[in-house]
Design a protein. Structure first.
Length: 336
């Protein structure tokens, strides 16, 4: 007789193969209707289904792979995070598989299947946002995981750096150069890192006796920085300096200033996050904040491997000392 397969049981019970497998393997975290559970068990009995011992052993074994789920790869910051993750994973005997989370329900369902079928030992997720379909999938699958850079409230497994402190350092630097009318060109507040940077900017502004002026851009792109700079000029005509919390938006804003005859730094000083090599080759070269970006990837791998080996999840904030990389995009008013 032909040996019954798990697919046959799933088809007879009218469930997915994944659900049938988890019911027959007694996965305690699975929440399922009792009638569905009974239907799967009855189908397995009727078909005389016997699990394949070799397949089960392979499924239980470590794959020595870690999935790293990233936002769209147009953001070079995440290339630095992945570099750190690759390096640390190799040292610990693992490999990192990179998956781009370009958004949309189909992509989220595809990534959910990757986790649900236990094809990786752990997951590093850098693309978290409120309502993401992968968040409940990670929780229910009980796979070791961390959220890196973007924090998920209440998850207890975040790996972050002090983004608020970066904003405070940037504002203090500009204020130390004599600027009093400073605007933060911020990213969309639905993203956790942008909220933390905004918090730091506002906190520093109050401490320095400045008005906390912010313009929120629609996304992380250069075009959003270009448009955001236009909104900023319309709202705040007397601004002398701008802190832009991502390099891509800073490049777009710089182009806006050039197109509209606002010379940097003669009329507009500019400081941005994300010290990348391209910043030094802009015109003028951009003053940036250097942060431990690669260390984020290294620590994320360290934390998921610790979970694989039996350690409990935990939140980790990397010790952060933002360093100003001074170039030519800031003018000192205090010398006037």
């Amino acid at each position: 007789m032909k040996r019954s397969r798990l697919e046959d049981v799933a088809k007879k019970a009218r469930v997915t193969k994944s659900i049938a497998s988890r019911i027959l393997n007694g996965v305690e975290s699975l929440v399922v209707n009792p009638k569905t559970r009974a239907r799967v068990i009855e189908a397995a009995a009727a078909l005389n289904y016997k699990p394949n011992a070799t397949a089960r052993a392979l499924a239980a074994a470590e794959t020595k792979t870690i999935a790293c789920i990233l936002p769209p790869l147009t953001n070079s910051v995440y290339a630095r995070i992945v570099q750190g993750a690759y390096r640390k994973a190799l040292a610990l005997g693992y490999v990192v598989l990179m998956a781009e989370d370009s958004g949309g329900p189909e992509m989220e369902r595809s990534l959910s299947r990757l986790i649900d079928h236990s094809r990786v030992d752990a997951v590093i997720m850098a693309s978290a946002h409120p309502g993401h379909l992968l968040l409940p999938a990670l929780a229910s699958a009980k796979v070791p995981h961390v959220f890196v850079n973007r924090e998920v409230d209440g998850s207890g497994c975040n790996v972050t750096m002090d983004d608020a402190l970066a904003s405070e350092v940037a504002l203090a630097y500009l204020a130390g150069k004599g600027h009093r009318y400073i605007v933060h060109l911020a990213g969309p507040m639905m993203i956790d890192t942008n909220r933390r940077r905004s918090l730091g900017f506002r906190r520093a502004a109050r401490r320095l006796g400045l008005e906390p002026l912010e313009v929120e851009c629609r996304d992380l792109s250069e075009a959003a920085g270009f448009d955001g700079a236009g909104v900023m000029i319309q709202r705040h005509s007397g601004v002398s300096a701008v802190y832009i919390s991502s390099l891509r938006r800073a490049i777009g804003a710089l182009h806006h200033f050039q197109v509209h005859g606002i010379p940097v730094p003669e009329r507009m000083s500019l400081v941005t996050n994300d010290d990348m090599p391209i910043a030094e080759y802009m015109s003028p070269p951009l003053t940036t904040l250097q942060m431990p970006i690669e260390r984020l990837g290294e620590m994320a791998v360290e934390e998921v491997v610790r979970q694989i080996r039996g350690g409990a999840p935990r939140d980790v904030m990397i010790p952060t000392v933002p360093e100003i990389m001074e170039r030519a995009s800031v003018r000192s008013l205090s010398d006037n």
